[in-house]
Design a protein around this ligand. Structure first.
Ligand SMILES: Nc1ncnc2c1ncn2[C@@H]1O[C@H](COP(=O)(O)OP(=O)(O)OP(=O)(O)O)[C@@H](O)[C@H]1O
Length: 703
């Protein structure tokens, strides 16, 4: 008897109409009127398909016809734009999905991979061990202890197949499981699948490029350009097309389809809805798990530990990076530059050596005969300036312009005597030359503000030191020569404030925020890029479990890092710390948690590590500029300042400064506002992440 194959083009319109109503599936999978497009291109076009229970269904079709897209919609990885998919199974554990790409952690060993997925499916250690051994035998896997990095591509694919079969699902969905495999191993896989369907009552959907091997399926669906051309048993296909090979039969059906579509356009039913928000889309075939389970949390924690153990140098680097940064910061920043070159022209008739020391100066300089210029130069040398003599002022100024020296000082011929006259005669002086000749003329390179300020400060300090000592030798109070302003003991901080004292809370806060952000963001995004997160989410893992496992590990990291940073900053390098340890530690830990939440947020909104890197670098600069880390916020334009105050590190850094350098308590507004600010950001990042997860169903889909 000749079986007739119902091709989709030939099916009467009423039949198609009837099939559009989704039956209660006694079949394993029923797809009706499926429509899916990427951008403006339709990939699945009004596709109908029925997969009987307990059979192998071979889905065949040329590359790009939409097979993977269809399977992705069936497992809930992608959503249809319209149409319906019904599965006989109800739970995620009823499906075992092997994606086309590996989507497993390359660093994990085969055993660790089995344990990870076994825990996700809530299997006991004994079951994982037994199932693992069986699958290792059946699929001829290499040694358990080898990591996926250390085995061949074909072996990796078999591990991936084993993972899909580990929890003994009722429905196996395999996207090209035999690609690139040795024909003997491919054949053994087919035999295994046949055994599973005939003796185990399982259903298998399999895509393959090798049409002839698909002859072993009990049902074949032929796809072309997003539609199903026919659905029949291999024998029915061969008989109806009067061919000996499936390849030939497929060719005939395709030619038939082309001829028909050329003669009249088959209208493609357009979807009625096409929205990108999850709530507007057809429901997924299986609902995602939203409840936390300890087993899956344990799976995620174990996987994190396995990965850390696999790469000990990287783990140590991550933990000790803040320590390294803090040590480098303390060694490299905030110290006055040494051995700067300064051009000198001293027209006073004095020797540069011998008689210049203040100790040897016996006379009162107001009586003349004391080489003040020489004494100032000696003082500058003590401050480590390297003096370069020039023979005229033009050469000296030119040397500054040529970057040969940082500045140039000119003492006029009668500098000391004119200076004495200034002090002796004061307001009676009428000759402006006395002022000019009694002053040090200085040209300084102003392109570097820090250098300029320091050189200027050192010149002023050298002069003031010398004059103070000279006044003492004249038995006149040194205060006569001082500016009439007295800066008394500092209210906070010490008498010699350093840039490092201002910057250290900012640097600690920045490290505390960004390192957890980078680590969290990069780990999740790299798993997303490799399709690993998608695979575990399709296996039942939910965001709460992923996030909590990450939080657990990161909190331990943050704890260790914060302790180390505080020891280095305040004990080893003795930066000012006058407050209580506990609130400072708590604040830094909260800043770390804020960074971690920012990392989650980044992982959700960015599809690739490149996008995340740009987001990280961009926000890092933004926070440095606007949060008072490099420059006090009081100097920011008032409009920007009103925004900057609400950024994550502005109030929290100020709070840390108040706690450590000023010793203020939690009841002080500048302290508690910092805690409130970072806490609010933790809430904002967490809430926005959850809302995005709820609204966008394809958050974990790799681009
Ligand atoms: N994320 C995506 N964005 C845009 N287009 C996509 C995306 N994924 C797939 N496509 C396109 O959809 C079409 C169907 O792809 P699909 O992977 O489903 O084909 P396939 O039949 O599985 O091919 P193959 O056998 O080579 O795996 C292709 O033209 C592909 O370029």
């Amino acid at each position: 008897m000749t079986a007739s194959v119902v091709t989709r083009d030939e099916a009467p319109a009423e039949n198609l109409q009837q099939t559009a109503a989704v039956p209660r599936p006694s079949s394993a999978v029923v797809v009706r009127s499926a429509y899916k497009q990427y951008g403006q291109t339709a990939i699945l076009k009004d596709l109908n398909l029925t997969i009987p229970t307990g059979k192998i269904y071979g889905l065949l079709g040329p590359s790009g016809c939409g097979k993977t897209t269809l399977l992705s919609c069936i497992v809930g990885r992608l959503h249809l734009d319209s149409g319906e998919i019904k599965l006989k199974g109800k739970h995620i554990s009823d499906i075992g999905y092997m994606p086309q790409e590996l989507a497993l952690h390359n660093e994990l060993s085969i055993k660790e991979t089995f344990t990870y997925y076994g825990y996700i499916f809530n299997l006991s250690n004994d079951v994982i061990e037994t199932r693992g051994r069986e699958l290792k035998e059946l699929l001829k896997l290499p040694s358990y202890s080898l990591s996926l990095n250390e085995i061949s591509g074909g072996q990796q694919r078999r591990v991936s197949l084993a993972v899909a079969m580990l929890h003994d699902p009722k429905l196996l969905i395999l996207d090209e499981p035999t690609v690139g495999l040795d024909p003997l191993i491919s054949q053994s896989i087919w035999e295994l699948l046949l055994d599973l369907t005939s003796n185990g009552g399982k259903t298998v959907i399999i895509t393959t490029h090798y049409i002839e091997e698909a002859k072993q399926s009990q049902m074949i669906g032929l796809m072309r350009k997003g539609t199903l051309l026919s659905e029949a048993t291999p024998t029915e296909l061969l008989t109806s097309c009067n061919c000996s090979y499936l390849e030939e039969a497929f060719l005939k059906i395709c030619q038939n389809h082309v001829a028909k579509t050329n003669s009249f356009k088959i209208p493609v039913k357009q979807p009625t809805r096409r929205f990108s928000y999850a709530r507007d889309l057809p429901p997924p075939p299986l609902l995602n798990n939203t409840l936390f389970t300890f087993g899956r949390f344990k799976a995620q924690v174990c996987k994190n530990i396995y990965l850390l153990r696999r790469n000990i140098p990287f783990t140590l680097f991550v933990i000790f990076l803040p320590l390294i940064q803090t040590v480098l910061f303390n060694i490299a920043c905030g110290h006055d530059p040494k051995h700067l070159t300064l051009g000198i022209l001293n027209d006073e008739p004095v020797s540069q050596t011998g008689m210049c020391s203040l100790m040897q100066t016996k006379n009162c300089f107001l009586d003349g005969g004391v080489p003040v210029s020489c004494l100032v130069l000696e003082r500058l040398k003590e401050k480590t300036f390297e003096l370069v003599e020039y023979s005229n002022s033009e050469d000296g100024q030119y040397a500054v312009s040529e970057n040969k020296v940082w500045g140039f000082l000119h003492f006029s011929k009668n500098f000391s005597s004119n200076l004495a006259t200034r002090f002796n005669e004061g307001g009676d002086i009428t000759d402006n030359n006395i002022f000019d000749m009694g002053s040090i003329q200085a040209w300084i390179d102003n392109t570097n503000k820090y250098m300029y300020d320091m050189i200027k400060r050192d010149i002023f300090d050298s002069y003031t030191d010398v004059i103070d000592s000279l006044f003492n030798k004249c038995n006149i109070s040194e205060r006569i020569g001082n500016t009439p302003i007295r800066i008394l003991d500092p209210v906070y901080g010490n008498k010699n404030p350093s840039f490092i004292h201002y910057a250290s809370p900012a640097i600690i806060a920045l490290c505390a925020f960004y390192l957890p952000a980078i680590y969290t963001g990069s780990t999740i995004i790299s798993e997303k890029e490799g399709g690993v997160i998608e695979r575990v989410v399709l296996s039942g893992m939910n965001f709460i479990e992923i996030a909590l496992a990450q939080v657990l590990m990161q909190t331990i990291f943050i704890f260790i890092q914060t302790t180390l940073v505080m020891i280095v900053m305040f004990v080893i390098f003795d930066n000012p710390f006058v407050g209580d340890i506990f609130p400072s530690f708590l604040l830094l830990t909260m800043i770390g948690c804020g960074g971690m939440c920012f990392g989650f947020f980044t992982a959700i909104i960015c599809r690739t590590t490149t996008e995340a890197a740009f987001l990280g670098i961009g926000t890092n600069f933004l926070l440095k500029f606007l949060c008072g880390l490099m420059w006090p916020t009081e100097g920011i334009h008032y409009l920007l300042r009103s925004i900057s105050i609400y950024l994550p590190l502005t109030m929290s850094t100020e709070s840390l400064r108040s706690l450590t350098a000023k010793g203020l308590g939690l009841q002080h507004p500048s302290v508690y506002l910092g805690f409130m600010s970072i806490f609010s950001w933790i809430l904002v990042f967490t809430l926005v992440s959850f809302v995005m997860l709820k609204l966008k169903r394809d958050v974990w889909t790799k681009s």
